[in-house]
Design a protein around this ligand. Structure first.
Ligand code: NAG
Ligand code: NAG
Length: 170
């Protein structure tokens, strides 16, 4: 394996290189958290899918400052659609159309807690609790209350192909 990882779009019509130049991977693992991880021969993680968010946040996955979720074109076509939800480095979580700059006139939604410190993260717990933490793990805002059943249920947060951001159980 040369360390290149390819992702194939629906109907085989689009192939995107999502990782290159990561060194030779000697093993790969799909973790229970749904993180897909490549290790080198020293068992060090050299690439993980959680570093490349798509349209979905899973529990134990954190959306880091500067990262964004991108909506898909549709339920069946996971190519990049028209919305993005960005964890800005100013601490605000904002939804914009794709291909705009990060400025207020383009925003559809904002968590409204910018300017109070940077490096916040968006986090989802196994019980559906969705919240923003600052870099010293202090809870800055609750987006859902959580406390939903975890029996045979996995929660995810997804930016929809259409207007809203939803939380579903699968
Ligand atoms: C995180 O928030 C808490 C409470 O507002 C604050 O005391 C702490 O300094 C913040 N951490 C950073 C790094 O800003
Ligand atoms: C969010 O909810 C938790 C648990 O109920 C609570 O401790 C925390 O203070 C809440 N955060 C904010 C910013 O209200």
């Amino acid at each position: 394996m040369d360390g290149r990882l390819l992702q194939q779009g629906t109907g085989g019509r689009r192939i995107i290189v999502i990782a290159t130049s990561i060194g030779a991977a000697s093993s790969a693992s799909m973790l229970n958290s749904a993180n897909f991880v490549l290790y080198n021969s020293a068992q060090k993680i050299i690439w993980q899918s959680f570093d490349y968010p798509t349209n979905t946040l899973l529990s134990s996955h954190h959306l880091l400052a500067g990262q964004q979720l991108l909506s898909s074109i549709s339920e069946s076509d996971h190519s990049t659609g028209i919305f993005r939800l960005k964890m800005q480095s100013d601490g605000n979580l904002v939804q914009y159309p794709v291909d705009t700059s990060d400025i207020t006139p383009y925003a559809y939604y904002a968590s409204g807690i910018d300017g109070w410190g940077d490096n916040r993260t968006l986090n989802l717990d196994a019980d559906g609790y969705l919240y923003l933490l600052n870099c010293t793990s202090y809870n800055m805002k609750n987006l859902t209350n959580g406390g939903y059943t975890t029996t045979e249920t996995i929660y995810l947060m997804r930016i929809d192909a259409e207007y809203t951001t939803t939380m579903e159980d699968i």
